[in-house]
Design a protein around this ligand. Structure first.
Ligand code: NAD
Ligand code: IPM
Ligand code: MN
Length: 361
């Protein structure tokens, strides 16, 4: 068996609801596979502001750096919306990302066969689509200096900045992963307007020479947003800068039927960070409506990338596939109420995945 120290940061809104189900799945995997997973729970985001006066308490940061993997739910809430960026719940998450050092945020968007009629796109457009976004996570507008809202001049600015090395390292990850998939990388930028994108494109082109068996193409971000909806099957790995990746990965959720389906893993730093792509969803928090599958699939990515437990990761993914095939749907996926479809709560969905896991492992 394998020993893993996992720090659980459930956060705000639906974060605790979906994270609880992800932890259940991990506990089942540990029990069934003879592993020893040690869970520690701490505060981040809005709950941490309320409890400890900071969105990223130093105790949380220390525990994160001391763990083998960090599993995060979501942060953010409407009551904090008037605060400046550096005091909001989101600042806790960004500080954590920076401290852990992971620069490559892997965001798979996979069209689950039984959900093809859940997408507003036509089933024949989404069927077979399987995209891996590699979103650069520590650069660009999110962290670039200078940044300020100058109230005297009524102007504000942020800086989109990348160094060549930052582009090289995330590009290498994208090409390595593409080599194990369908051997195609699409790099997304705005090189027709932005210098930083010209650096991005030149660097990606140069790195690509080291991977002759992987095809590279470049798209402008505006066209990419359109191609994703028109011909999602044409994409394999998409590598892009921080903000473009944030936006395009939420857009790609439409292919799967719901933002609640998307997992993510952030690799390349001292400790890997695992979080579903969605946020705290204040509009549905506390109602048992949240889809836990994105969080549960995030747990699978944790097993794969931090535990080396590929077969256990696949067992979770197979369980998700099976409960979807059996017709279980949280409300976000209950777009079409056809016979055989059963609408369930967050908890019931988690329980179905667990019961299926018991048969698979
Ligand atoms: P959101 O992702 O929270 O929600 C967008 C829409 O998708 C909402 O209608 C929501 O109900 C739905 N949705 C999201 N996850 C779902 C799930 N698991 N099941 C069913 N439906 C789901 O984005 P938002 O509303 O723009 O932001 C809300 C807050 O979350 C903000 O404070 C934002 O900063 C924060 N946020 C945090 C993270 C994170 O912690 N990683 C990510 C995104 C947004
Ligand atoms: C995400 C979120 C975060 C981001 C916010 C909450 C800081 O939208 O993880 O996609 O923009 O990276
Ligand atoms: Mn986002």
């Amino acid at each position: 068996g394998k020993t893993l120290k996992i720090l659980v940061l459930a956060g705000d809104g639906i974060g605790p609801e979906v994270t609880q189900q992800a932890v259940h799945a991990l506990r089942s995997v540990a029990d069934l596979g003879g592993h020893h997973f040690e869970f520690k729970e701490m505060a981040i985001g809005g709950v941490a502001i309320k409890k400890e006066g900071s969105p990223l308490p130093s105790s949380t940061l220390e525990a994160a750096l001391d763990s083998d993997a960090v599993l995060l739910g979501a942060v953010g809430g409407n009551e904090f919306n008037q605060l400046p960026p550096d005091r909001r719940p989101e600042a806790g998450l960004l500080g954590l990302r920076q401290a852990l050092g992971g620069f490559a945020n892997l965001r798979p968007s996979f069209a689950w066969p039984s959900l093809s009629s859940n997408s507003p796109l036509k089933p024949e457009v989404v069927e077979g689509s399987d995209i891996l976004f590699v979103r650069e996570l520590l650069g660009g507008l999110y962290f670039g200096e200078p940044r300020q809202w100058d109230r005297e001049t009524n102007s504000a600015w942020n800086t989109m900045r990348y160094t060549r090395d930052e582009v090289v390292r995330v590009t290498r990850i994208a090409f390595e992963l593409a080599g194990k998939r369908r051997k195609k990388v699409t790099s997304v930028d705005k090189a027709n307007v932005l210098e930083v994108s010209q650096l991005w494109r030149a660097t990606v082109t140069e790195v690509a020479r080291d991977y002759p068996d992987v095809a590279l193409d470049h798209q402008y971000v505006d066209a990419c947003a359109m191609h994703l909806m028109n011909t999602p099957r044409n994409f394999d790995v998409v590598v892009t800068e921080n903000l473009f990746g944030d936006i395009l990965s939420d857009e790609a959720a439409v292919i799967t039927g719901s933002l609640g389906m998307l997992p993510s893993a952030t690799i390349g730093g001292a400790v890997n960070l695992y979080e579903p792509v969605h946020g705290s969803a204040p509009d549905i928090a506390g109602k048992g409506l949240a889809n836990p599958l994105g969080a549960i699939l995030t747990a699978a990515m944790l097993l794969r990338h931090s535990g080396g437990l590929e077969s256990d990761a696949q067992a979770i993914e197979a369980s998700v596939r099976q409960v979807l095939e059996q017709g279980y749907r949280t409300a976000d996926l209950a777009r079409s109420s056809s016979p055989g479809i059963q609408v369930v709560t967050t908890q019931e969905m988690g329980k179905q995945v667990n019961e299926t896991l018991n048969h698979i492992i």
